[in-house]
Ligand binder design. Structure first.
Ligand code: ZN
Length: 133
C-alpha cells in the first residue's frame, strides 16, 4: 500500500459539511461527484498528499444512510492507494481479510475500488483504490 489516499467521512447534510470542512481545512472542495451505484454524493478536499471525501446518502438504502443511522456521522472508511488492486485483493484474501466485493468496482474520483469488511480489520472499513489511467 502506497499511502492513505483519502479518509471518507459520512455526513447527513453535505452542503452544511461543505461549509464546515472548507472552514476547517482553509480550502474549497475541488470536486463533487455522485456515485449512483452506491447511492452517495461525494465531495473531495485536497490536504497535501491525501484527501478528505465527504459522503452523503442519496437514498435510505445507501450504505451511508445505514452507517449514519447506526453510528451517527463520522469517519466511515480509510482508503489506501495501491498500484495493483487485483494483486492486493488476492494477497489480503489469502491473509484472511474479507473482501466486500469480489471484483474491483468503479468508485468516485476515477478509481477502481474494493472494500474490506470491518469485522476482519479491527472495526475499520478499509478501501483499496487504484487510479484508472
Ligand atoms: Zn472512499
Amino acid at each position: 500500500m502506497k499511502k492513505i489516499e483519502h479518509i471518507g467521512i459520512a455526513v447527513s447534510d453535505i452542503k452544511k459539511s461543505n461549509e464546515l470542512f472548507s472552514k476547517l481545512l482553509g480550502i474549497d472542495a475541488y470536486k463533487s461527484e455522485a456515485v449512483e451505484s452506491e447511492g452517495v454524493n461525494t465531495l473531495f478536499f485536497k490536504t497535501g498528499e491525501s484527501k478528505i471525501e465527504l459522503l452523503e446518502a442519496t437514498n435510505p438504502e445507501s450504505p451511508i444512510a445505514k452507517f449514519i443511522s447506526k453510528k451517527g456521522e463520522g469517519i466511515h472508511h480509510i482508503a489506501f492507494e495501491v498500484d495493483d488492486i487485483l494483486a492486493e485483493m488476492k494477497r489480503l484474501q489469502a491473509e484472511g481479510f474479507i473482501l466486500l466485493n469480489e471484483e474491483p468496482k468503479r468508485g468516485a474520483d476515477n478509481k477502481l475500488v474494493c472494500f474490506l469488511h470491518p469485522k476482519s480489520s479491527n472495526g475499520v472499513l478499509v478501501e483499496l483504490c487504484q487510479e484508472i489511467i
